[in-house]
Design a binder for this molecule. Structure first.
Ligand code: HEC
Ligand code: HEC
Ligand code: HEC
Ligand code: HEC
Length: 136
């Protein structure tokens, strides 16, 4: 019994430490994750911040607030947790615009359109498997 509790505590600590390493500690505020994210949903897709930041795409190209004002790295740094950045917290059936309720509509509009049009002469993947990964 004792052992089980100690193990659970160790796992909890490990998870806590990993998630904090990923986003910076609460006192330092949030920074862009360095590891690839998997945007989870009906059809999960991979998103690497690093590739996009390396070519100079600003945080506010993707991140905005409830008034649709772009969020800067500085503003994101003042947030205590990532809830306000989660796209589907606003883009869900409560969103006033019907065309902005579904993950597919908003992600394809943001992600795929830029990949097609290109940024600074570079294009991103437009094939389904360029972004989508197998569901676990
Ligand atoms: C540039 C990246 C990208 C490409 C290319 C892309 N998708 Fe997506 N797609 C996403 C992201 C991000 C999501 C959000 C993840 C989710 O909700 O499961 C998504 C969501 C979806 C959904 C979720 C349905 C929903 O609204 O819940 C479907 C279906 C889908 N994509 C189909 C496709 C198909 C088919 C292709 C190829 C013709 C494709 N996607 C290409 C990024 C992409
Ligand atoms: C090309 C689009 C794009 C750019 C540019 C971008 N992000 Fe993100 N970011 C995303 C997406 C998509 C997510 C996942 C949101 C979700 O889970 O709904 C995310 C998630 C995050 C998260 C939360 C991570 C977590 O723990 O889930 C943080 C923090 C973050 N971004 C910070 C930044 C900062 C700081 C910048 C600028 C330096 C930046 N992002 C630039 C698209 C972008
Ligand atoms: C705090 C709430 C909120 C969050 C979080 C949020 N959005 Fe939005 N989004 C909005 C609002 C409000 C609008 C503007 C609706 C309008 O003009 O009718 C909008 C508009 C959009 C549009 C259409 C206009 C445009 O900019 O091209 C896209 C695409 C979009 N959001 C994608 C995203 C993505 C991707 C994320 C996550 C990285 C995200 N949103 C996070 C509230 C949010
Ligand atoms: C403003 C333009 C822009 C936006 C918005 C954007 N991308 Fe990209 N993306 C690119 C470009 C350009 C590349 C290719 C970069 C290179 O070749 O150096 C790329 C590359 C990628 C790659 C492959 C590269 C790698 O490191 O694996 C994936 C996966 C990807 N993007 C997913 C996404 C997803 C998912 C979103 C939306 C949440 C998104 N992108 C939004 C421009 C964009």
């Amino acid at each position: 019994m004792q052992k089980k509790i100690a193990l659970a505590a160790a796992i909890a600590l490990a998870l806590f430490t990993t998630s904090h390493l990923a986003t910076g500690s609460a006192t330092e505020g949030l920074t862009a994750p360095t590891e690839d994210l998997v945007i989870d949903g009906k059809k999960p897709a991979r998103f690497p911040h690093s590739t996009h930041l390396a070519i100079g795409i600003a945080c506010g190209t993707c991140h905005h607030d409830g008034e649709h004002q772009e969020l800067s790295a500085e503003t994101i740094g003042t947030l205590n947790d990532a809830t306000a950045l989660r796209c589907i917290n606003c883009h869900n059936p409560d969103h006033p615009d019907k065309n902005m309720q579904n993950p597919k509509d908003i992600f394809h509009a943001r992600c795929k359109e830029c990949h097609k049009a290109g940024y600074e002469g570079k294009n991103g993947p437009t094939k389904c498997t360029g972004c989508h990964v197998e569901k676990n």
